[in-house]
Design a protein. Structure first.
Lengths: 285, 434
């Protein structure tokens, strides 16, 4: 028995080599360089100085706040909206196939392209959105330029773009429910609300968990959309941890930005691992 | 037992082969690169710009017929993203043969002695204006030749509108504010802000360097040692106060307005002032050439009407990649680039935005009045200072964010100055400048 286990590891070896060289070693190296002052000319050891500097970063605390707001808001909106849309698209409607492709469409466009498009749409004076609002007699806002709305505007776009994957997962989840349960419930006289509450929801629990986990992690490390829409601005209003680190790297502070990456890695790990465990447990139980 | 050892060996061998083949891929690529460089006189040039650079393109065309070198221009994005691209390419060895990039402190962050060809041993380096030369040199050598002319960070204004409203060029900041109020009362927009092109928000602060240095001549030396900061001298705080003063005069939708929008608003007479680098004259002359002389320039005023001076920027430089396979051709092209013929061609296709950086060259006839009259008068009377980024390597990377936070009300003036000083200190610490 034991022999067989050892034997199977050899098949994993090539994969493991790639994993170690391209993943484990860079992580180890980045842990090391996060403790150094690293420039083009070389590096000098500086202990935990980088971590100390990182924590005095003016935008750090607001960016951590923004990261959590962004991650939890996009994740929860995606779960709720995508579930409703999936329910609708699995019901008996005629244009089902067309609507399903329509919902999936935003996912085919690159994140940066989506960001730039919406930046134009949200332009305060020339953007389509504000012009439409003006046409309806409402006053638009400076969505991305106003400190109080900028983050939420980006969240809205992220949800629009990210909804499709969640919908697909939910459709798969709902479709995989054995129709026997539904028939049985109907024969027992259950209404659609009861079917939803006692059959559909509990049985597509795995799908819900996948969506929560994927969108939350996606939100925590989100960067491209924010960068293309606001560049972290105005000022620091939409800075998230990833954009703070990116700006440090851009300024040539390699050691400091590596320290930031190490911290971000730890932070996501601390949130994601227990969450996954919790969700899996809930799934089993 | 034996069987298992063999299997083990086979698996180990397999993984070794995989690793080797990975290495071999890298090797092969390098060889191919070396081969292609030898037979043709073709070099590559990388420049970060959102719009086509006609002057540069014409000089490159001329180089093909004059010295037989074909230059392949690669445009990359402008702004901070170009910095990241360049740094990534430097560290992976993918940089073009010639890089067009800022001189001064930004050049120094690229560690020029490591990456760029030292031009000080060639005669043509002596043609460079001394002030310019100092901004592309460190103690180990000289690395660049100028592309275009100097620029100033100053107030560009619409002369037609000034005449219409009966305004005079202000001698003090208070007079400037008074002018802005009059413009606003007349139903026009007083000051343009183009936050959509984010770097532009810092110009009012950086363009005030002359006024900071006027009363504190040793400021930069002490600043570099960390002995003083903008918050420590009243004029430094005033630079940020001035930015805050301008905010109520901005046009609607200023957070999304771009650089091109700014040019249009100024030329159309819709707006009176734009505190911007005078390189905008290039853009204005190519888009609205018949109106270029409606635009005037005056320095950002201080408190003393007797001492109004202008803060200048040095033009981007062309730097030769030391690791290029065509070093000889690159040097030949750089030498050609500062020849009279090339400069004449360049300036014929690109607005002159300030005095020149190569000795003994005359202005072309099409030079805007803003340069030959307005700006030249500051240069003639010696009331000129270099901008911070050319005086010292210490210039915080978050200046744009700090200024934007001040404009959008997330910081007050005191917080902004303090944040700027801290950002500069962090940069000095991280880049090992002390």
């Amino acid at each position: 028995m034991k022999k067989r286990t050892v034997y199977s590891y050899w098949f994993l070896a090539p994969m493991l080599v790639i994993y170690v060289t391209l993943f484990i070693i860079p992580i180890a190296i980045s842990f090391f360089f996060s403790l150094t002052n690293w420039t083009f000319e070389g590096w000098s050891f500086c202990g935990i100085e980088n971590f100390r500097t990182f924590f005095t970063e003016p935008a750090l605390y607001s960016s951590i706040g923004n990261t959590f707001i962004y991650a939890f808001l996009t994740s929860s909106l995606k779960v709720v909206l995508a579930f409703l849309i999936a329910l609708f698209l699995t019901s008996a409607i005629k244009t089902k196939t067309f609507l399903r492709s329509a919902v999936f469409f935003p996912n085919l466009v690159s994140m940066i392209a989506v960001g730039l498009t919406f930046k134009a749409i949200l332009n305060p004076t020339k953007g389509i959105l504000n012009q439409c609002l003006a046409w309806l007699g409402m006053e638009g806002r400076d969505w991305l330029g106003d400190v109080s709305t900028a983050l939420f505007a980006v969240v809205g776009v992220d949800v629009w773009k990210g909804l499709s994957i969640a919908v697909v997962i939910f459709i798969a989840g709902i479709k995989s429910i054995d129709t026997a349960y539904l028939e049985a419930a109907r024969i027992d006289g259950a209404g659609s609300w009861q079917i939803l509450k006692y059959i559909t929801l509990p049985l597509c629990r795995p799908a819900v968990n996948s969506v929560i986990l994927l969108s939350l992690i996606g939100g925590l490390k989100s960067f491209d959309l924010i960068w293309s829409m606001t560049g972290g601005g105005p000022g620091y209003a939409t800075d998230v941890i990833a954009s703070v680190i990116y700006k440090q790297y851009a300024a040539g502070y390699y050691g400091l930005s590596t320290a930031g990456n190490v911290l971000m890695y730890l932070m996501i790990a601390i949130i994601a691992f227990p969450l996954q465990k919790f969700l899996l447990k809930a799934e089993e139980g | 037992m034996k069987k298992e050892t063999m299997k083990r060996a086979a698996a180990a061998a397999l993984s070794a082969v995989m690793l080797l083949s990975l290495g071999a891929c890298g090797e092969k690529k390098k060889d191919a690169g070396e081969d292609s460089g030898e037979s043709t006189h073709e070099i590559t040039l990388q420049v970060g710009s959102d719009s086509a650079l006609k002057g540069l393109e014409e000089v490159c065309k001329l180089a093909e017929s004059e010295i037989g070198i074909k230059v392949d221009i690669e445009y990359t994005v402008a702004g901070t993203d170009t910095d990241n691209l360049i740094k990534t390419r430097l560290s992976t060895g993918d940089l073009a043969d010639i890089l067009v990039y800022s001189p001064g402190a930004l050049l120094m962050t690229l560690n020029p002695s490591e990456h760029f060809i030292d031009l000080s041993e060639y005669d043509f380096a002596d043609k460079l204006d001394e002030t310019y030369r100092s901004s592309v040199s460190n103690d180990k050598g000289t690395y660049g030749v100028p592309m275009g002319t100097t620029r100033a960070g100053a107030v560009m204004y619409n002369k037609k509108l000034y005449k219409e409203l009966g305004l005079r060029v202000p001698g003090t900041w208070d007079e400037f504010m008074e002018n802005c109020r009059k413009v606003k009362d007349a139903g026009k927009n007083a000051i343009i802000c183009t936050m959509g092109t984010s770097y532009t928000v810092q110009v009012p602060v950086l363009g005030d360097m002359y006024n900071v240095l006027a009363d504190n001549p040793d400021f930069i030396a002490q600043f570099e040692k960390g002995e003083t900061g903008f918050a420590e001298v009243p004029e430094g705080t005033e630079s940020f106060q001035k930015l805050a003063d301008t905010v109520p005069f901005y046009q609607d939708g200023y957070t999304a307005a771009t650089y091109d929008d700014g040019c249009e608003m100024l030329v159309s007479g819709e707006s009176a002032h734009w505190i911007m680098l005078t390189s905008a004259l290039t853009n204005i002359s190519s888009l609205y050439s018949d109106q270029i002389n409606d635009i005037g320039v005056f320095a950002i005023p201080g408190d003393d009407p007797e001492n109004v001076g202008i803060t200048t920027w040095m033009p981007n430089g062309l730097y030769g990649n030391k690791d290029s396979e065509n070093v000889e051709d690159v040097v030949k092209f750089l030498e050609f680039f500062v020849s009279d013929k090339a400069i004449e061609t360049y300036l014929a296709n690109d607005a002159v935005t300030g005095p020149l950086c190569v000795k003994d060259v005359a202005y072309p006839e099409s030079t805007p009045d803003a340069v030959t009259e307005d700006m030249q008068s500051y240069f003639d009377s010696g009331k000129v200072s270099l901008a911070q980024e050319f005086l010292t390597q210490v210039k915080g990377s978050a200046t744009t964010e700090v200024c934007t936070s001040l404009i959008t009300g997330q910081y007050d003036v005191g917080q902004a100055v303090k944040a700027y000083d801290e950002d500069c200190f962090k940069q000095a610490e991280q880049l090992g400048i002390k």
